[in-house]
Design a protein around this ligand. Sequence first.
Ligand SMILES: Nc1ncnc2c1ncn2[C@@H]1O[C@H](COP(=O)(O)OP(=O)(O)OP(=O)(O)O)[C@@H](O)[C@H]1O
Length: 546
Amino acid sequence: MASVSVFRGFVHGRCVPLFTHQSQLPVTSILIGSKKLAYQSNGLRLYARYSESQSARTQDLFTSRLQDSVENLPKLVEDIVQTSINTGPRGALRLAQGIQAVIGVGGEWLAELSQSRNSPSGIPSQLQLGLLSPLYLRKLFERLGATYIKLGQFIASAPTLFPPEYVQEFQYCFDRAPVVPFDEIKSILHEDLAGPIDSIYEYIDPTPLASASIAQVHAARLKGSQADVVIKVLKPGIEDVLVADLNFIYVVARIVEFLNPELSRASLVAIVNDIRASMLEEVDFKKEAANIESFRRYLESMGLTRQATAPKVYPEFSTKRVLTMERLYGVPLTDLDSISSLVSSPETSLITALNVWFGSLLACETFHADVHAGNLWLLRDGRIGFLDFGIVGRISPKTWNAMEVFLGSIATEEYESMASALIEMGATNTDVDSRAFAKDLEKIFSSIQDLDTEIVVATATRRDTNATAVSANLVVDERQMNALFLDVVRVSESYGLRFPREFALLMKQLLYFDRYTRLLAPNMNMLQDQRITIASNRRTTNRNIY
Ligand SMILES: Nc1ncnc2c1ncn2[C@@H]1O[C@H](COP(=O)(O)OP(=O)(O)OP(=O)(O)O)[C@@H](O)[C@H]1O
């Protein structure tokens, strides 16, 4: 029977040659002498070199790891083959582009290196790690395009997960992406829209309003109604690039998780799968148009159109790659100076934004799941403008009920209800010891006393009575807040809980809103303020009444 060599891998930190061959033997593990261990399962046999000096416990661990590996190997191979088939020829093209990018940035690094060799101060630290140093890795990501720029943005916004020098350097990934020439944009419009472009648009500004990683946005005016619009155009070839890159990243994650099963606890593959699914949704503007429409319907049905809006979509001039929508005029919610010149109370605007967004969690089919400052504006007419519905989440009433209890319990420090809310949300078949879980959560939250905090004191004077009210609020460093939530997730996972994607999406939005609160209403507590309609208020109100 012929054996097929698969690859060399690491099992429990030791390099082992892995290979398979056909066999019909039942599942067994055999230690062959002191040097070799064989394990047979599912018609596969796997050998590993092994040393006598290992302790019995390590041998057991080793055998069980090996057993897992063998069981997972056929699925891994099948997955890799299937993913390669799905990727098709674009995989080869992307590989060539990848090599070109590495050669390009590698060349820059070599040139700088040879220059600094002659300098008396020696080789600067930013060159020492080669292409893995923050500067060159960021340059490489930029050359590799959309997917990696998005990954770069992820690194830049996750200071708790990545070293500060990388977080700092990858902030540049939020800058403008390379501009697609207007002629290419015009030819996409020409291909996608029914009828000549001049018969639809009176005018299109050839200089883009924005050039992001996936799309480019141009200001325009419609022919008949003379309405000011923007045209969001998907950058050419972006879908192929995303499919090839995300499939590649998925395969790498699968292999890494196979070689180091410890990582499966951090659900590496699940994270990559989530990123893959949400990024591929973003490249279909028909979906984005449908999300905007459902948000507008929500505003209409709740009577909120005077407080907030999302751009009206022109479906007759929109396709999968082109989105024509009403142009909004406003400033990001973080531009405090401009906001103060538009409204007398930035705090009221923030409360409106929070109420509209919290309300959408249940009353709208989807919720906006990317409320970074570029997507949340204060409009010139004082309304809140929600832009960019590329990433949305859906939350079931059951998850939201549990989420309400969770948020309420943060404010009231009730760890038993926090534990049962998390158990409710995190799908698991195993019985969770909720008391022990509550104790662990309490430990995490009691560490909040060790966080760097700052007390913000605000005063307000009533004109009629001249009475002055003083309020104080504890402000916790944003990074530490992030770390706190990660700790909650980590400890929950150690109890076998797996949270739905919505949980992470919701937490991320809360962190954005937390940032806006610090800026626009530093003396307000988002989770406890009576003017904001979320669970914790209702719970507190009820408790006060009864
Ligand atoms: N309806 C609109 N009115 C005015 N400006 C708009 C409108 N839609 C988009 N823009 C401008 O274009 C920019 C990019 O748009 P959008 O966020 O929808 O694209 P994106 O590709 O999803 O960007 P990113 O990936 O950075 O979130 C916005 O930040 C805004 O400046």
